[in-house]
Design a protein around this ligand. Sequence first.
Ligand SMILES: *Cc1c(COP(=O)(O)O)cnc(C)c1O
Length: 386
Amino acid sequence: MKGDPKNRGFSTRAIHAGQPPDPTTGAVAVPIYQNVTYVHDELGRHKGYEYARVQNPTREALEANVASIESGKAGHAFASGMAAISTLVSLLEAGDHAVVSGNVYGGTYRLFRHVLERYDLSFSWVDTSRLDELRAAMTRRTRLVLVETPTNPLMEITSLAGAAEIAHAGGALLAVDNTFMSPYFQRPLELGADVVMHSATKFLGGHSDSLCGVLATNDDRAAEWFSFMQKSAGAVLAPFESFLVLRGIKTLAVRMARHESSGREIAALLAGHAKVQRVLYPGLPDHPGHDLHRSQASGFGALITFDVGDYQAAKRLLDRVEVMALAESLGGVETLISHPASMTHASVPAEQRARIGLTDGMVRISVGLEDLEDLTADLEQALDAV
Ligand SMILES: *Cc1c(COP(=O)(O)O)cnc(C)c1O
């Protein structure tokens, strides 16, 4: 398209932002610049590109695109979601403290608890859906609040505007892991957050074929630090992965709409099923965070957690599915089903799992884009085994 898509709609920006036609050839899709170094015009003058750890045109296109769809000023792309989170927490200095949602992604818990606590950083794990608990956990040294909403896999909802207010009152930044919602449904920077993080491995890429993490921010200091860390620590996204994720984002809007319409149907089926004891999905009217979620997001997503009683019941169900794949991860075109306690959250100690209510009977589905009838039939026949 001609001109800057800045003031266009979400889908138009998802397709065009950061991707003007290639200046050399007019290519409509951004080429994969599979290249490391760049010739200088003369000593002291170059075209803005020196070395691929610092600048790569394919990665830059993705970074500009992510900034646009998350309503941020700057975007940064990394080799994985965990590399993005590592870069985010490198804003902290020895002695600093962060407050984190109690049931964050298992890998985030592992990084903070088993790696970063060794560097004199401290973390408080609180139920951020209770703003009074978040407020009470803030200390003089708190520089970061990291929230997931909905959480994984318990689907607890935190007020983003409320968390931003508390973080800012204490002199801390609010960062949000927005992987579950994608910017199509939820844009935390518009609600006061300072940094948004994604495992773009999930919905942004959308095809379970590339590992990628991104950060988007409106905070100039943070943006400058993230660029400095790309150069200094080097966990940058490769050109081919940058191309794949850019390609995935072009269909984000249509994929999310379909993920969600099927997600709602499957949540309703589970909620009315005799073998299912409890369904956690923010789209169900009896979900405790339903109204709050609706006030800050435009959809409910495709992640559903439900409880079939105990480990054996969950195992019978998971061993029986045919269309759904028993696998970790989420957000791809294919429906994935998993057992959080023994898979994604195995590194969370059993006592901590019990405390936050993550039971052995819980199963999580990431609803994909297959025919809804095939998914519901598969679930029905697998539930028969419970
Ligand atoms: C997968 C995931 C991550 C980690 O991302 P990777 O790309 O696997 O490194 C972080 N947060 C959430 C919510 C995730 O689902």
